[in-house]
Design a protein. Sequence first.
Length: 202
Amino acid sequence: MEILAREANVTGRDKILWAGRYAETSTEELWRTLPAYAGADWDAFKRAVTELYPSLDEDRKYTVSGLADLVQKYKKSGILNREQLGEFIRTFTLFEAHMLPRNRVTDLDLDRFAMDGLGDVLESRVRLHLHITLPAHPLDDPYPRQSPFTAARFVLQTDSGTLGLAAPLVPAGTYTVKREEVDADTLQSAIRALSSAANIFT
């Protein structure tokens, strides 16, 4: 609307009236209830209209709770392919671009959110990859958010673009030992055979 008004050299009161004519009938009726609609101050009218649509306010559109909801959504569903990863990174980047300059979130918060949003399956493989490629990184510190994103791309690329429904990697130190049943007679025969073989070399 502002571009068209500028090209047509429409300002003030006429600009407000034309904005109403371009809107749907129900929308124009709503705007007419605003005191600013009766005036000629376009900026005041635009501020009044914006108050009716909180989602248009950049300060309200990107919040910490909104970012937490985004991360929880992907953490719960899991990121299993490159398309899902791309969607998460693009939306995450929008939150970062709007919130970080306004000091509504810290770099450390974003680093933690980035890893959490990958989901259990992808996160376990990303952490293994980063542990190998960045062995000197302190275990208690979150990785800079671009590191897990880059590692996730690598993991998904080596897995032909998808993780399927694979389970998380088994944590280090948790192993299952296979137990074999051995017959006593067989064991004794084996011992006697080993003894006989040893006597040959003594």
